[in-house]
Write a new protein. Structure first.
Length: 459
């Protein structure tokens, strides 16, 4: 710990200089209304203990102890499988799979926000007033990729809450447990579980892409004989009597019957033009998520036009997919934001959110409600409190520039801590995932830069 200071920010705590990382999740009525804040991160949790005990009992003291010197720790090891030939695998070849690891962590757990409440397991006529302990858990991780000399200044208050003091407690040095050929920056290439879960909800990528422009009813109306939706009707769930587009075979047949004049419909294949706005956006977002390249300039387009792909509207000469992604071990263990899901899962489900709300809301308020999990019950793919996590990660990336970090587009690494860092999620690529909603001020800066130059470096 440097200068006895702890940098805190929105649920994450960093003991500076020792790169101890805490992930907190909170409980609200553990027995009946347990809720875990979404973060997609290792550790954290909630719990309850049914044990009649006084406030000064040994059980309670051990549970809430913040002495990491005395607390038992857990040594964890993780191994990962990495696909060595992702493009060939997606083209139908067998995957060449390489096992990497094990990667070593040391974990300490601290109970905090402890409350003694009546136990629901005792007789309702005379419940034990202190029979139930409700608490949140903060997990402290040491990355054992070198000898770790660390300190802690956690302190337990009389009311069993967690705070910090100016007094440092020196922890025993944790020896390196990572093999010399391994690093937390090692790249792992594999299928994205989150993206696969999303595809399972929207059925397939074709339906997902169409849902970015049309409602579910408008997609169902394709081939039904109903007229083409106007630009104003596309995506409007009240416009249920029109079609999203016309299938390519039907479009070409109608065109040939009309002496080469196209029918008054949009060809569905136009939405799959590699150089068009939708595919360009999806490729850009996938590349920000570490999606592997599956097509290069000179290869045939996906839209069945027979033309060769040149570049997207953002200047990319490769098409990237979100299905298989490359991430560092550090990010896989401690979490990373998803530009793709943050944008696409939001846009493709606006229809459901609008249907679930009794009042009409503007774009900003609607985005806020969706990305804070307020309409999750009505969404096929639950977003959780994505805004909370995105905002926390954003403060790392944004402060790195504000504090003179050179605006390189990357957050500081886990070991590159300073007294001005708000939170520490090292190795996260600071890309415009915050464009998923308009309530973050940083969106305006990103949008302004892209309007001036869509190919601006760092965006």
């Amino acid at each position: 710990m440097v200068n006895g200071k702890v940098i805190r920010g929105g649920g994450f705590l960093v003991i500076v200089g020792s790169y101890i990382w805490l992930d907190q999740t909170f409980t609200n009525n553990v027995v009946n209304k347990a809720k875990t804040v979404y973060g997609g991160l290792i550790g954290g949790g909630l719990g309850s203990m049914y044990n009649a005990c006084s406030s000064d009992s040994d059980t309670l003291k051990k549970l809430t102890s913040v002495s990491l010197v005395e607390k038992p720790h857990s040594d964890l090891k993780y191994s990962f499988y990495s696909i060595d030939n992702p493009k060939e695998y997606l083209d139908g070849s067998n995957a060449n799979v390489i096992e990497k690891g094990p990667y070593a962590l040391r974990k300490y757990s601290v109970a905090h926000e402890v409350a003694q409440t009546p136990s629901s397991l005792t007789s309702a006529s005379s419940p034990d007033p202190n029979g139930n302990l409700e608490y949140s858990t903060a997990n402290v991780y040491l990355v054992l990729d070198r000898d770790v000399a660390s300190t802690s200044n956690m302190e337990r208050n009389a009311d069993l809450s967690l705070t910090f003091s100016d007094t440092k407690m020196i922890l025993p040095t944790a020896k390196r447990a990572l093999a010399s050929h391994l690093s937390m920056n090692d790249s792992i290439v594999n299928l994205s579980p989150d993206y696969l879960s999303f595809l399972g909800v929207v059925n397939d990528e074709v339906n997902m892409i169409l849902s970015l422009k049309c409602t579910s009813e408008q997609i169902t109306n394709i081939g039904s004989g109903k007229s083409q939706c106007t630009d104003n009707e596309l995506g409007d769930f009240t416009a249920s009597n029109c079609a999203c587009c016309m299938m390519d075979d039907d479009f070409e047949l109608a065109k040939s019957r009309n002496t080469g004049t196209p029918p008054p419909f949009t060809n569905c294949n136009s939405y799959f033009d590699d150089e068009g706005p939708i595919m360009s956006m999806l490729s850009l977002l996938a590349s920000h998520d570490g999606g592997v390249a599956i097509k290069s300039a000179g290869e045939k387009k996906y839209d069945r036009s027979g033309n060769n792909f040149s570049s997207t509207i953002y200047g990319q000469t490769q098409i990237h997919t979100a299905l298989i992604q490359s991430h560092s071990v550090n990010d896989l263990m401690f979490g990373f934001p998803s530009a793709y899901l943050g944008r696409v899962a939001f846009l493709s489900q606006i229809e459901y959110a609008k249907r679930s709300l009794s009042s009409a809301f503007g774009k900003t308020e609607l985005a806020k409600r969706m990305l804070t999990g307020q309409v999750d019950e009505d969404l096929p793919f639950k977003l959780g409190n994505a805004a909370r996590y995105t905002s926390q990660v954003g403060s790392v990336c944004f402060s790195a520039c504000e504090d003179g970090g050179g605006c390189s587009g990357y957050a500081p690494g886990r070991h590159e801590t300073t007294n001005v860092d708000k939170i520490k999620l090292g190795g996260i690529n600071c890309k415009p995932y915050t464009t998923t909603f308009d309530t973050i001020a940083k969106c305006k800066a990103v949008d302004a830069a892209l309007q001036v130059n869509p190919n601006a470096d760092g965006f």
